[in-house]
Design a protein around this ligand. Structure first.
Ligand SMILES: NC(=O)c1ccc[n+]([C@@H]2O[C@H](COP(=O)([O-])OP(=O)(O)OC[C@H]3O[C@@H](n4cnc5c(N)ncnc54)[C@H](OP(=O)(O)O)[C@@H]3O)[C@@H](O)[C@H]2O)c1
Length: 258
């Protein structure tokens, strides 16, 4: 793909499995030494990261837990010292557990907030400060189409993704003119260990490799705010997003009865 984007240091957070791990493979395949010096991968699973890093000399693993702000600062300090401040950061870390109303739980909700929302915020604080001072950088946060509107059993997950979309919208606007580009990635259903827990037929289910293709192409192609896929599913959900409540709830009821 022809593009004049050149990322020398890419940091993929949540890279030990699923979409993040597939994205690492995509970057290894599609970029060369001349346009990408280093790919840093992070998550908690030391062994999985080490295995992925063993696949390419350009990949370095820096494990840490996104819920620990000090660990985030230490990881970024190590990256800066060894490679420099990243040019592109993709946040793929995430947690999901279906939560039917009968299992409504403070703990389940707190866990989602800690990884999905606060985890992203923990990374954003130092990155925004340093990238703004440098006057360049690109940050893409993985939210979800589940953040567009309320969905059954997604009472713990969906609100964290809606909050991420809202935060990214706010930052996109505020960062305009600073050289720092804020983007959001909204995948539909992707076959990973997260969605393995779903007990319904997932429409337009993608493989992690298909998801990585969409994300890579979206990142490379331009600086558009949102990278959302697969297109036919996203189109339907975006229509659902603008429906009045009465029609929206009817539509969801019908879909859930299928
Ligand atoms: N699968 C889907 O259908 C779908 C749809 C829309 C959006 N998404 C989003 O896409 C992202 C990737 O999800 P996935 O489906 O690929 O699931 P996944 O395979 O479970 O990947 C989640 C990644 O997050 C990392 N992670 C979780 N907690 C962490 C923590 N406390 N600190 C650091 N890393 C942590 C995991 O690594 P460790 O366990 O090693 O820490 C793993 O690398 C998530 O944000 C998810 O919400 C997924």
């Amino acid at each position: 793909m022809s593009t004049n984007k050149s990322w020398k240091i890419i940091w993929i957070i949540g890279a030990s499995s699923g979409i993040g791990a597939a994205l690492v493979q995509k970057f290894i395949q599609e970029t060369t030494d001349t346009d990408t010096a280093k790919i840093i991968i992070s998550a908690r699973s030391v062994d999985s990261l080490r295995e992925i890093a063993a696949g390419s000399p350009r990949v370095t693993s820096i494990p840490y837990d996104v819920t620990d702000p000090k660990a985030v600062d230490d990881a970024l300090a190590q990256i800066e010292a060894e490679h420099g401040l990243p040019d592109l950061v993709v946040y793929c870390a995430g947690f999901y557990k279906p939560m039917p109303v009968a299992e409504f739980s403070r703990d389940t909700i707190a866990k989602h907030i800690a990884v999905n929302y606060q985890g992203a915020v923990n990374c954003l604080e130092p990155l925004l400060d340093k990238m703004c001072k440098r006057g360049s950088g690109e940050i893409a946060i993985t939210a979800s189409v589940a953040g567009y509107r309320g969905l059954p059993k997604a009472g713990a997950y969906g609100p964290t993704k809606a909050a991420l979309i809202n935060l990214c919208e706010t930052l996109r606007e505020e960062l305009s003119g600073t050289g720092v580009v804020m983007r959001v990635i909204n995948p539909g259903f992707v076959k990973t260990r997260l969605t393995e827990q779903n007990d319904f037929e997932m429409p337009y289910l993608q493989t992690p490799e298909q998801a990585a293709d969409f994300i890579y192409t979206g990142l490379r192609k331009n600086d558009d705010f949102e990278i959302a896929f697969p297109p036919p599913f996203v189109r339907q959900l975006k229509i659902g997003r603008i429906l009045p409540y009465r029609w929206y709830f009817k539509m969801i009821e019908r879909v859930m009865q299928k």
